[in-house]
Design a protein around this ligand. Structure first.
Ligand SMILES: [Zn+2]
Length: 382
């Protein structure tokens, strides 16, 4: 996770993204080679990076007592983190363990070198070294002064077309490693932390969050803020403008609407009806991939989307016209997928919406009876 991409001259703009870190680890370890779907704990750990996240001299410069994060995959079984030492590696218990990241404190005696992990005898080593400096070489950290930080958009959705971003300016004499925390405003905990190397002072920098925690999971629904500071973690600041909402799903309609028949109504109704004018834009409740785009005598023009990182499928029926999307198309949360209509066996213009458990719609899953509650929940924040 070091995608700092300075572009242009003079007024430089940095786009630093948290995407990619731990991106591959959610669900890693699920082996399907046998078709049994069992958990294979034998997947060896892999490390892609080491980053100092607390009490740091730089992105990969730490001292004894610094907290560092190792990123990679298959890390859920890590028992020990091993730092380079004068006479061989020094092992410590991890401070936090997730599939995509492990954190540990730098032990006394650690020297500059790669960092390794051990998971039940299976070892991995970072491709880059962590530099260890003396406590005296640590920066004062009081020189960091945030000028402004503004989150945009203010309401964001997992896998949405516009991911959570923060544009920030800070005062300073030189490029600085800047630490970005995504803080859950309810728990006041940072769900994700990363370091932007060589951020430019007195110019707009932009950081982007992919909606995932440091463990690789999709972050909980709620209110968040970006906290910005120096890499050492000795000066962190927020502004009221850096607040934003983050949600895993979006209600499919942004117009006047009313709830009709729910799950179980009539003859085995498998979804929830939402009435709105014909022609009202329908949006994907969750990003993913279009699995079916078809027409049926009862369902009319319908679309089934395999929801990203949900195992669930979402079905939209009675659309005015066939969706312009193709089967296999990638869809983002909130993306326009069609229009409310009354095609098929529909009395009145409405969306018939179904949510199916894994593996999906008419492929072994079942329609979820909680569909009305789900829609009402999303409706409240969308
Ligand atoms: Zn219906």
């Amino acid at each position: 996770m070091q995608p700092t991409t300075p572009a242009g001259r003079g007024w430089r703009r940095l786009i630093a993204t948290a995407a990619g870190a731990g991106a591959i680890c959610f669900g890693a370890g699920i082996a399907s080679a046998s078709g049994g779907g069992g958990v294979n704990v034998a997947d060896p750990p892999r490390l892609s990076d080491v980053i100092c996240v607390q009490t740091c001299a730089g992105a990969r410069r730490a001292t004894v007592g610094s907290r560092v994060r190792l990123e990679g995959r298959h890390l859920e079984a890590v028992q020990e983190v091993r730092f380079a030492g004068g006479g061989g590696r020094i092992g410590v218990a991890p401070a936090a363990v997730g599939a995509g990241a492990v954190e540990a404190m730098v032990p006394s005696g650690a020297v500059t070198g790669t960092v390794a992990v051990d998971a039940y005898g299976s070892e991995a080593e970072t491709p880059v070294a962590l530099e260890i400096v003396s406590a005296g070489a640590m920066p004062e950290g009081s020189d960091f002064k945030l000028t402004s930080a503004a989150a945009k958009p203010r309401k964001t959705y997992y896998d949405g077309a516009k991911p959570p971003q923060v544009a920030y300016l800070f005062q300073g004499q030189a490029s600085t490693d800047v630490r970005i925390d995504v803080v859950d405003r309810a728990t006041k905990e940072a769900v994700r932390t990363w370091v932007v190397e060589d951020a430019v002072p007195n110019a707009e920098n932009v950081a982007e969050w992919d909606g995932r925690t440091s463990e690789g999971a999709v972050a909980p629904n709620g209110k968040y803020k970006f906290r910005i500071g120096n890499a050492a973690g000795t000066a962190v600041e927020t502004t009221a403008d850096s607040r934003f909402g983050f949600y895993k799903y979006r209600f499919p309609i942004r117009a006047e609407h009313g709830y009709g028949d729910g799950y179980g109504a009539g003859r085995g109704h498998q979804g929830q009806d939402v009435f709105a004018n014909c022609g009202t834009t329908l949006r994907a409740v969750r990003g993913g991939r279009v699995q079916w785009n078809k027409s049926h005598s009862a369902a009319g023009n319908y679309l089934v989307i395999d929801g990203k990182r949900t195992k669930k499928d979402f079905m939209y029926a009675h659309m005015l016209a066939p969706s312009p999307l193709q089967e296999g198309d990638r869809v983002r949360t909130g993306q326009r997928i069609g229009q409310v209509g009354d095609s098929g066996n529909a009395s009145g213009c409405h969306l018939h919406f179904e949510a199916w458990s894994g593996p999906g719609w008419y492929e072994g899953g079942h329609a979820l009876s909680s569909v009305r509650r789900m829609l009402k929940t999303w409706d409240a924040w969308s």
